[in-house]
Design a protein around this ligand. Structure first.
Ligand code: ZN
Ligand code: ZN
Length: 403
């Protein structure tokens, strides 16, 4: 987090006591790097309202009303062509500012399409156009919640997701990128603009405005994932010791109530993934310099599981030696080599069946923090967002940041 955000947070963090306070949005704005729009050309059209085009910090060059727009192309000299109806402007960068509130802008880049609300700055970075949207935090969340959880889910699950996303944003803004606060990809948090928000997801954000998960009075380091498979794990088991985030180092929780395991209705609760034996052998051989010295791999053994039955240490036994690696590392490399939903979790076993290696497992994701399918089950059982969040973060407080 940069100095500016930290200072603002210090100013804003005050816990409101038991008296019911009005929802107060957190008045901070966010610069979102729209990496999903990275490319050589963009097309921009005003959906609602009026937008004004400025080059750099200069004067207003053109105003656009509803349905009007322009194309943008990168030039060989790394400047930008702004192609208007009757002329083409050449600029280094530009800013497109909404006049008043309620405007919307439609942006196309290749296959990607986004409706945006905020002001948009466009510049050139490493031979590609870089679009950055600046907008209020609470507006940003309207484009995050439906990207991270199905909009058809229970209202209290959606509210829990909104609070998690708000907390995550405040903790991580300005941390991983130099030119903006967060990117719009899963690297930071998926943001798809206003095109996908629904009345329900908007309500979930608005009705929890300003609320976050707090630990020792500050926004907590929180995580979430799709399906835990029966129990969650502490962050240090997955992300290593020495995590500096603002959360206690404590184990996960049993994801059940008297009615049974919460996420059992998830399509990822049980899964199987089969891979051709030769392909698996090639993958093992490419696991890095240490693995390549093992010779032909003869066996893969699970040496240690944690209390939740997740693989902690896996061993590759080759003709010339053996190598141990963490279950999390093994999974991450497997996902990069096969596909993002192949080895869905580290709660797995493996067997050889004819010419194939068969992985059978439970759950989807790293298993840290909130289990989304579990949260949805709790919402169906009548839990409100506060109870849902405290089920997964028993050490936390659901509080409010006010100015
Ligand atoms: Zn990022
Ligand atoms: Zn679960």
């Amino acid at each position: 987090m940069n100095g500016r955000s930290r200072l603002l947070l210090l100013l804003w963090v005050t816990l409101v006591g038991a008296a019911p306070a009005k929802d107060v949005p957190i008045r901070t704005s966010l610069r979102v790097g729209l990496r999903s729009l990275d490319g050589k050309a963009l097309s921009l059209t005003v959906g609602r309202g009026t937008f004004q085009l400025r080059a750099g910090k200069g004067r207003i060059l053109v105003s656009f009303g509803e349905g009007q727009g322009f194309d943008v192309q990168i030039r060989p000299d790394a400047r930008i062509n702004v192609v208007l109806k009757k002329k083409t402007l050449v600029v280094r960068d530009f800013l497109l500012l909404p006049k008043g509130r309620g405007g919307s802008l439609f942006v196309k880049s290749g296959q990607a399409r986004r409706y945006l609300w905020g002001s948009l700055s466009v510049s050139v970075r490493r031979g590609r156009l870089r679009a950055v949207e600046t907008l209020p935090l609470e507006d940003y969340l309207l484009g995050v919640v439906p990207a991270e959880m199905p909009a058809s889910w229970g209202m209290e699950a959606l509210k829990s997701q909104a609070i998690l996303a708000r907390t995550y944003t405040l903790v991580h803004m300005g941390e991983r990128h130099k030119d903006y606060d967060l990117c719009d990809l899963s690297h930071c948090q998926v943001y798809l603009g206003q095109g996908i928000s629904t009345a329900a997801t908007n309500r979930a954000v608005r009705e929890t405005a300003g609320r976050v998960i707090l630990f020792r009075g500050r926004p907590a380091e929180v995580f979430y994932h799709s399906t835990c498979g029966g129990a969650t794990v502490g962050p240090s088991l997955v992300f290593g010791q020495g995590m500096s985030g603002n959360s206690p180092s404590q184990p996960g929780v049993q994801d059940k109530t008297q009615k049974g395991v919460l996420c059992r209705l998830s399509p990822h609760y049980h899964w199987e993934y089969r891979v051709d034996k030769n392909r698996f052998q090639r993958f093992l051989g490419n696991l890095g310099p240490q693995a390549s010295g093992l010779g032909k791999i003869l066996k893969v053994r699970i040496l240690k599981r944690d209390k939740t039955r997740r693989v902690e240490i896996i061993e590759l036994v080759g003709r010339k030696g053996s190598l141990e690696m963490s279950g999390h590392d093994f999974r991450m490399r497997f996902l990069r080599s096969f596909s993002g939903d192949s080895l869905k979790s580290t709660m797995f076993s493996l067997n050889i069946d004819k010419g194939e290696v068969v992985f059978r497992g439970r759950g989807f994701g790293h298993g840290v923090g909130l289990c989304q399918w579990g949260a949805q089950a709790l919402a169906k059982q009548g839990y409100d967002f506060r109870k849902i969040l405290l089920h997964y973060f028993p050490w936390g407080k659901v509080g409010r940041l006010t100015k």
